[in-house]
Design a binder for this molecule. Structure first.
Ligand code: SF4
Ligand code: SF4
Length: 226
């Protein structure tokens, strides 16, 4: 899932400076699960903002709504009738949700209330570990299901650097070396030959905004282009 962390109150306050009527929009999916931007977090943030602005003698009217998902047009439609009543919108969704809201309501400033961290797994309550950086050239088949882009401090594709040390990465003794783990995993599977396959240099497609169309939806893309 996508994980995010709420921005510090001060940063949110600076973004909302001067706005007197604001709608805070939560998202009921990933950011709700990782406790950053669901219904509960919207309520907490609104209470904090309300109190802070009152103390500064700059009261703000801040309403709350939490959509099922902010990355889906179907759910954004809920805001069409009410968005115009606000001077600004605060979004507690990931960066994708914020951008989708800003695109739908271009005349209203939309501000992010969370910092999006990445794609992660839930290791324990409140503990999320990044596992994928959406590189769009997945090599997990060759690396025993361990992502070298995310797990190796240098994002190396072809074996360890000289810093690997008894299973640890040179950045910290408690940080396992990704390539040590990959070696051990492939050894267990009897697939050590995979490690000898050279993974070609990537052209870092992920440095520019991309459109991902699932195979079943390809027809729509072709129709749009023609
Ligand atoms: S190689 Fe790593 S970053 Fe790239 S898609 Fe696979 S898991 Fe994600
Ligand atoms: S020690 Fe291992 S994980 Fe650390 S940067 Fe080198 S190859 Fe990557």
């Amino acid at each position: 899932m996508i994980v995010a962390r709420r921005k510090p109150l001060e940063e949110i306050k600076i973004q909302l400076k001067g706005y007197k009527k604001v709608l805070n929009v939560g998202c009921g999916t990933c950011v709700a699960v990782c406790l950053a931007g669901g219904e509960k977090e919207v309520a907490v943030l609104n209470a904090e903002l309300d109190m802070a602005r009152k103390m500064e003698n700059q009261p703000v009217e801040i309403d709350a709504i939490t959509l099922e998902r902010q990355c889906d047009r179907e759910y954004l439609a809920e805001l069409d009738a009410i968005a115009k009543n606000y001077e600004a919108i605060l979004s507690m969704a990931c960066g994708v949700g914020v951008q989708f809201l800003a695109e739908r309501f271009p005349e209203i400033p939309v501000f992010p209330a969370v910092d999006t961290s990445g794609l992660a797994v839930n290791q324990d309550v409140g503990w999320y570990e990044e596992r994928c950086r959406s590189c769009e050239s997945c090599v997990l088949g060759q690396t025993g299901g361990i992502c070298p882009v995310t797990m190796c401090a240098k994002g190396l594709y072809n074996g360890p650097c000289g810093g690997t040390n008894n299973g640890s990465c040179e950045i910290h003794i408690d940080q396992p070396c990704a390539w040590y783990m990959i070696y051990e995993r492939l050894k267990k599977q009897g697939r050590l030959d995979c490690i000898l396959e050279i993974i070609p240099a990537q052209n870092w497609k992920n440095q520019v905004p991309r459109t991902l169309v699932q195979p079943g939806y390809k027809k729509i893309e072709v129709k749009k282009a023609s």
